[in-house]
Design a binder for this molecule. Structure first.
Ligand code: C5P
Length: 230
């Protein structure tokens, strides 16, 4: 990576699913006029492509090849981000529970993770980037100017997810979602490579009893207090 690239500021927002990191990161990027990376979407894209090709979540080598050869395009339409895989719109499928579980299984493989490193760093473009995920502050952008680790207890996260999926018309069961979230937390936190954990220099924010706006206020305060020039 060139020095010039390193001068482009990055803010990382890591944390478990349902902590609100996606919404917070997107809103922050909008307010700052910066680019936005939803790194979980890349793992989800590999999952969708694997499901469509009949590749099982255990075939590390085939999944690694798939991750490095994905034909992906991100775009903005009137009502948000659209994602094309092999030229087909797949945005709607990305958030299903099937894809959530599949993506967290394949995210344990080093061949998959290393295939996605370059793709993620390519999002670092002027004037700046807000990146959300699990290892943005620890592995992908260790030189970020501000690192946030957003968390919330599993019950609050399951309820948020339940509401999201319900609004999308998916039939969901709250106690099953709660169990899935706990299992996914366990897999994400205990994996050998890039486990879900705050970077040493991350600011940990517990959003259990906070609204998205309250979290954003805290982040803006952290930015004001730091010597980041925006
Ligand atoms: O953030 P999201 O829930 O969309 O991520 C889907 C899955 O992708 C997570 O459960 C996690 O296992 C994996 N992931 C990851 N590293 C990231 C982002 C997501 O391992 N930076």
């Amino acid at each position: 990576m060139s020095d010039e690239h390193h001068n482009i500021p990055v803010i990382t927002i890591d944390g478990p699913g349902g902590s609100g990191k996606g919404t917070v990161a997107m809103r922050l990027a909008e307010r700052l006029g910066w680019h936005f990376l939803d790194s979980g979407a890349l793992y989800r894209l590999v999952a969708v492509a694997a499901i469509d090709r009949g590749i099982s979540p255990k075939e590390e080598e085939a999944l690694g090849v798939l991750a490095s050869s994905l034909d992906v395009n991100f775009g903005i339409s009137g009502d948000g981000m659209v994602i094309l895989l092999d030229g087909n719109y797949i945005t709607g499928r990305l958030r299903s529970e099937e894809v959530s579980v599949f993506s967290s299984k394949i995210a344990t493989f080093s061949l998959v993770r290393s295939a996605l490193v370059k793709r993620q760093r390519a999002f670092r473009k002027a004037p700046g980037l807000v990146a959300d995920g699990r290892d943005m502050g620890t592995v992908i952008f260790p030189d970020a100017v501000l690192k946030v680790f957003l968390t919330a207890n599993a019950e609050a996260r399951a309820k948020r997810r339940y509401k999201q999926l319900k609004e999308k018309g998916e039939s969901v069961n709250l106690s099953r979602l709660f169990r899935e979230i706990k299992k996914r937390d366990e897999r994400d936190s205990s994996r050998a490579i890039a486990p879900l954990k705050p970077a040493d220099d991350a600011h940990v924010i517990d959003s259990t009893d906070l609204s998205i706006d309250e979290v954003l206020q805290i982040i803006h305060k952290l930015l004001d207090e730091s010597d980041v020039s925006l």
